[in-house]
Design a protein around this ligand. Structure first.
Ligand SMILES: Cc1cc2nc3c(=O)[nH]c(=O)nc-3n(C[C@H](O)[C@H](O)[C@H](O)COP(=O)(O)O)c2cc1C
Length: 190
């Protein structure tokens, strides 16, 4: 079984626990100065090409990814006592894929993507709400365009680890590393 099939099996099991935020994952990136940042984003798509989330390209993460595309994803699925770690590189999704997802979102969220200059300093919440109202007026009776600064990233994995809690802390760790066009499965000590 390759790691994508393994991930799909585990993800299905996770969904069967009816978790409150099923798509949440921790994304870690580091900019040119090497400082690492982590935050939650939502997994919106995955297949053997990679793992996709959507964001603001001008955010802190967007700036970091621009200078350093290496990143890690982390999933902690507590009801299963399982963890999945993925490492790889990020690239922007096609404009077409970003547009398709953007238009599937609630209209208010689409307007929010225009209103929020994600990760920039703002004077107060009022400023944000005024910007929101501005874009409500701007797009009244019109389809909301996809902001040029908004879209997806796809993480192409080079490494996976599937972790299951075991008795006496003898946890189960199975890793897959991509080498020579193949996935190599290895067992790691806990
Ligand atoms: C449950 C949850 C889901 C989130 N999903 C996203 C998301 O899909 N995309 C996104 O840009 N930010 C998402 N956020 C907000 C990010 O965690 C973060 O605050 C934001 O992206 C700014 O990060 P940055 O300043 O490091 O770029 C989510 C936060 C939470 C708690």
């Amino acid at each position: 079984m390759d790691p994508f099939q393994e991930f799909q099996l585990w993800y299905n099991l996770w969904l069967s626990t009816n978790p409150p935020e099923p798509a949440a994952m921790i994304l870690s990136t580091a900019g040119s100065n090497g400082q690492v940042s982590s935050r939650i984003v939502l997994l919106r798509d995955f297949d053997e090409k990679g793992f996709v989330f959507f964001t603001n390209y001008n955010s802190t993460k967007g700036i970091q990814i621009h200078s350093n595309p290496n990143a890690a994803l982390l999933f902690w699925w507590q009801p299963l006592s399982r963890q999945v770690r993925i490492e790889g590189t990020l690239e922007k999704t096609s404009r077409e894929q970003s547009e398709k997802y953007f238009h599937s979102r609630a209209r208010e969220n689409q307007i929010g993507a225009w209103a929020s200059q994600q990760s920039n300093k703002i004077p107060d919440r009022e400023y944000l709400l005024e910007r929101f109202d501005h874009y409500v007026d701007k797009f009244s009776d019109k389809e909301v365009d996809v902001p040029p600064h908004w879209g997806g990233y796809r993480l192409t994995p080079i490494w996976f680890e599937f972790w299951t809690a075991g008795r006496h802390r003898l946890n189960d760790r199975v890793s897959f590393r991509h080498s020579g066009g193949k996935w190599i499965r290895e067992i790691l000590a806990p």
